[in-house]
Design a protein around this ligand. Sequence first.
Ligand code: ZN
Length: 265
Amino acid sequence: MIELPDVERMIESIAGYTTGKTISTILIDDADIVEIPPEIATEYLEDHAVDSVERHGRYVVLKFRSEYSMMFDMGDNGQLRLESQTAPATERTKIRLQFAAGRELRFSSEGSEGVVTAVKEGEFSDTGALESLGVDPLSEELTPEKFSSLASKNARLTLKGFLLNQKAIAGIGNDYADEICFQAGVRPDQKVAQLLPEQLQQLHRYLRRVLRRATLHWSAAHSDPGWLINSREKGNACPRCSHALKSLRVTGRKTVICPRCQRAA
Ligand SMILES: [Zn+2]
C-alpha cells in the first residue's frame, strides 16, 4: 500500500523537472483508470505548463497553468516517475505526459489500481476526494490536542482503524500504522475509547516521529533493524526484545505486533 512517505518521495523525485515545464502530448494507455475526457486533455492540459506538484494525503495533485489540475489517487501500488519518451509503455502504464523538454511523466500501477482525473479549479469539493480527507499528519495542525479530539470522535474504532481512517488523519497506511503502534508500545487491536491519556500522547509523538523519519530519511528508516517494518515480512523475532512477533487481523488488515512490547491499557 502506498503511504504518505512513499508519496513524498515520488513528488521529490519529479517536482524539480516537471514544475514550470510544458506538456506537449498526453497519451492515455488505460481509459479505465484515466478518467480524463479527451477534450479536456486537449484544451486545458496539453500545451500548458505544470505550475506545482502537491501532496494531499495520499493523492498527488499536478496543478497546471490553466484552470485545471490533474489528480492521481495512487491506489495500493501506483507510481509516478520520469522516463525517457523512447521507453516503451508496459502493461502497467496508465498515462504518459510528454514534456516538450524531452522526458515524460508516467503513471503506472498493477491491474486496476489508481485513478487519474482532471479537476477544474474551485471544483475539488465536487470530486469528494480531497474535501473529505482528514488532517495531514505532518502538518502543524496535528497538535496533541487535535489528535486527542480526533481520537474521541473515533472512540468506537480499534486504534488501527482510527489510524487508517483517512477522514480523520490522511496518509497513514497499514505498515506505518503498525510501526507507530509498535514504537509507542500500544496494541493496535484495542479500542480507542480504552486508551489512556499518556498512551494517546505517546501515539501522537511516535506518529510524527515515524512518518517524519520515513519521509526525510527513507533509506535509513527502511534499513533500521529496530523498526518493525523491516521485520514484518520475516514474521519472526521482535527487533526490540526478540520475542516472537504475532500476526493478527485487525479491521480486516494484516497486523504485526510484539505481544511483549505492546500492551493493552
Ligand atoms: Zn518485543
